[in-house]
Each structure stands twice: as structure tokens, then as C-alpha cells.
Design a protein around this ligand. Sequence first.
Ligand code: FAE
Length: 555
Amino acid sequence: MTHYSSPLPPPSHGTDARSVSRRRFLAGTGSVLGAAALAGPLSAASAQAAPARAALVPGERVSALVIGTGYGGSVTALRLARAGVDVHMVEMGMAWDTPGPDGNIFANTTRPDYRSYWLRTRTKQPLSNFLGFPLDKDVPRHTGILDAEEFAGITVYQGRGVGGGSLVNGGMAVTPRRERFSAVLPSVNTEEMYGTYYPRANAGLGVTEIDPLWWESAECYQYARVGRKHAERSGFPFVFVPNVYDWEYMKREATGAVPKSALTGEVLYGNNHGKKTLQKTYLAQAAATGRVAVSPLHKVTSVSPVASGGAGYTVVVEQLDTAGAVIATKAVTADRVFFAAGSVGTSKLLTRLKATGALPRLNDEIGKGWGDNGNVMCGRANHMWDATGKLQASMPTAGIDNWDAGGAFAEVAPLPTGIETYASFYLSITKNPHRAQFTWNAAANRVDLDWQTAWKQPSIDAARTIFDKINKKEGTIYRTDLFGAYKIWGDHLTYHPLGGAVLNRATDNYGRLHGHPGLYVMDGSLIPGNTSVNPFVTITALAERNIERIIADDL
Ligand code: FAE
């Protein structure tokens, strides 16, 4: 029982010392976080609002223009503002601060509607089928929250709106194991990251660990306990991971004291309560400085040096209506521009701006080094005595770590359908060596990505090192009904796009773009394709590191 008093979940039956130490590497971000770090300056922000909406005025001059309001953009805005710089954030998605006709801001995962997808007329659900039936349905075209952006060989899911990916993601806030970090970002000082920037990021994001006692008995985590039992019976280390969900709120959801969010399956199309998105953390703090404004439904289409040869950049921005039509085109001047449009958004912009001559001095690394973080999904069909539960919390809390032996870290994911499925569902992050490149397709007037579906095979092989063994041990089989008819692997997608403007290649070692002083990259495009775990804590920590240096040296 002594383990219960530690901040880490208790060891379970069959856990050896080795797996306890492995468990600590993820759950043990506690040692990185530390209580002191969590009590840091951002932790009290949760109830505050995101920065005030303020549509850009054509012709205006701004000191710092930040493209995108996800993790990289939010860190950048806050730190610049605290350093006394006025910041304008430009976000192509909506503000997500106004309830719809049902009284909720966000749609439920099981009932997608006009709010759910970015400019699609039919949903494109990551898990497309169930028991042989297709799940997708028609929806009105709207600037909804989840973009399923299709390239030739892969669909890339991304959040759209003020808060970026934090609006739609699972909240899993994972610091990579320290000894794996140099493979992720070889030019970055590990000491500094683990001593300063990871703790700062975890504090800023409001990362905490679930109460292990509650987890052991909560109905909504039965699926995760089944996941643990099967992992450990096959000898795999099972690790708890921190999250940004408010666990006290979840406990109250379970008792019926407050409106349900995670416990009614909300995640992919937004959480109405409980999740500490960037709107409640970094962006709320940025708003509190009084120096940050945000223009939602504004999409940056061009950045180029000012024509007169003077200082700064001309930024062209299209204002959209909620049907996606351009209702105004505005040009403003910015002293500095911070690209934080996400790995795909930033890479697409820079690839096009270099190829079309708007930013001719960008180097040849632009568009390169893109990866899918090795994402691959699968389900297993359990025996009738291993029910995973009708009620499944949408926030994952744990994973199976077979990275060293098999190149896979598998998140034990929820399948919050509201019915008993007897299925265990997993999103694996794998060591996939393939890297794709963005290129400008002048004939089609678009940016292409040369990822090939067949490149997922190393990810499938890595995931199989876990699930073939578990299936053999348990006498179970893979589900073949979740991604199409008789299709085992969800190998057509990623939730974790990374790379395209890689640190110390397309930029210097702090995100300054080569060739054009005053332009910076601050988001997931800096990370070369894989983080070994879920990426947003690393994106946040890297942005914290880079902006500190940029403020000290450039401003
Ligand atoms: P991101 O958060 O994508 O923000 C970029 C922003 O820029 C977006 O709001 C865009 O709308 C906006 N934008 C793009 N282009 C333009 C333009 N031209 N003009 C104006 N605005 C623009 O970038 N990660 C984890 O660590 N844990 C998880 O549990 C997890 N679960 C996920 C679940 C789902 C369904 C998805 C889709 C992602 C998940 N992720 C998770 C990934 C995580 O959300 C992602 O790595 C970060 O959001 C990326 O952060 P960035 O700052 O790079």
C-alpha cells in the first residue's frame, strides 16, 4: 500500500522493479514537474478567457505577428507580451467562445454536426466503421474544429480554432524519456530541457497525474485496467501518463455533480468542460497582459519583405466567413513574424513562399523532414469476461512501453461509444524511419506531401511486437471492423504531424529562419518527424526555450 501514497500509480500484480522504473519515466514527469513547478505563475489561470478578438485593420503595423494559436503560438505570444511586446495572433479557425443552439460550444464525439469538421460536407471519422457499418455522415459545410486534411498517402488530423490542437486532442501530456531525447532533437541541450523548459512547459499547461486510488476503482477506467492486465500478463511495462484534464472535475462528473464532458465521450470535436485547453492556460495568461489580440477566422496567405526595402514584412491575410468564403483580404506590416501554424500549416506556407519567390532566401531544408510520429491504430476483440465498460473516460491515462525492445509506445485509448464493445483500442507511436517532403505543385496551385501509405509498414510491424504477443497470450484476435471491412490497421492517418521546417536545418538552433531576419518558426514543424511519445509537451517546451533566447538576443 505504500505505493499509493506516492504521486505515481501503485505497482500491480506481476510488476517487477524494472517495470516500476519504466513506469516512472512517463508518470515520473512528476519529478520534472515538481509541485513547485505546478504552483508556477500560470497555474491559476484556468477560469480566464482567451485574448480579446480584434480583427486586423488593413494597413496597420504590428510589432509581432504570430500565425496560429496552438502550442507554439501561445507560448510565443505570452512570453513576448510579458517582455513588453504587443502581439497580434492570426488564427484561421473560429474563436470557440460562443454556445451553439444546444447550449454547448462543442459537439459530442458520437454526434458530429456542423461544428465538427473544417469545411467538409461529410465527416471523416478516424475510426470509420463499427461492426461492419460505416460511421460517416453528411454535415453542413462550416469552419468546424477538426480538420481531416488529405494528402496523397495520409490524412492529417489537426485542430482549427483559437487554441489549435489543444481543442481536439486527448490531453496526454508526456515528457519523453530523457535518454531518448537526443534522438528527438540532437542539437538541443538535454540538461537545459529537463532542468528548465520541460518543467516550465508542464507548469504552464497545467499537467497533472490522475489519483491512482480513484483510477483503480473508477468505472470509466475499466478499459484502461483491462489494458493493463493484458499488457502485464504478456510482460510489457505499463506506464501511467499525465494529462491536462482537471481530475477533480472528472471525479465530480462521475458522481453526477457537474455537467459531463470526458465522461460523455467529448474529445475529438472539443471538450465543453474539464480539459485545460490553451484557452484556459497560456492564452488566458497572454490575455491578462493586455498586450495580445487575436483575429479568428483570419488566414495568412503571404509573408514577404516590405516592397520599399524598409524594415519588416508585409503579411497578407484573408478573412473568412463560417462557410469558408473569403470576405476580405488585408495587408498589414509586421516587424517580426512568428510561424506557429502547426507542422502542416507552417510547412505549406514556407514551401509555397520560397517556391513562388516571396521569401527567396529560405534554404533548401524548407519542407523536409516531415514525419507522422509513427502513428498507427488498432483494436483487439476481448473475451466476454473482459468487458471494457459502457462508460469510458475520453481522456487516456496510460500506455504500453515497448519502445526499446520493439519501437512502439501504445496509448491505451478509449472507445467511448456508450455501449459495451468488448474491444481494447490503441493508438501506437512507433519508430518509423520514413520522412516525407512538402513540394510546390505550380500546376495545381497547391503544396503536396510525398508520404506513401506503404511507409506505415514499419509502424505496423512495431505495433505487432506488442499486440501479436498479447493476442497469443490472451487467445484473442484483432478487430477487423473499425477501419473498413476486414481491415486491422488504422494506417491511413496521423494525429501527430511533425517536421517540415526542422530546427538547426531550416532554422538556426533557436527557430530563426535562415535568409530572412525577423522570421521565426515556433511550432511542431521544428521537430524532425518523431518524439517517441505524444508531442505537445515537447512542442511547448521547445517554444519556451527558443522564445527565451529570441527575446534575450533579438529584441
Ligand atoms: P497546432 O496546435 O496545430 O496549432 C496551429 C494553429 O495554426 C491551428 O489553430 C491552425 O488553425 C492555425 N493555422 C494553420 N495555418 C494557418 C494560417 N495560414 N493562418 C492562420 N492560422 C493558421 O500546432 N498530442 C499530445 O501530446 N497528446 C495528445 O493526447 C494528443 N492527442 C491528439 C488528438 C487528436 C485528435 C489530434 C488531432 C492531435 C492530438 N495531439 C496530441 C497532437 C497535438 O495536438 C499537436 O501535436 C499540437 O497541437 C501541435 O501544436 P502546434 O503548436 O505545432
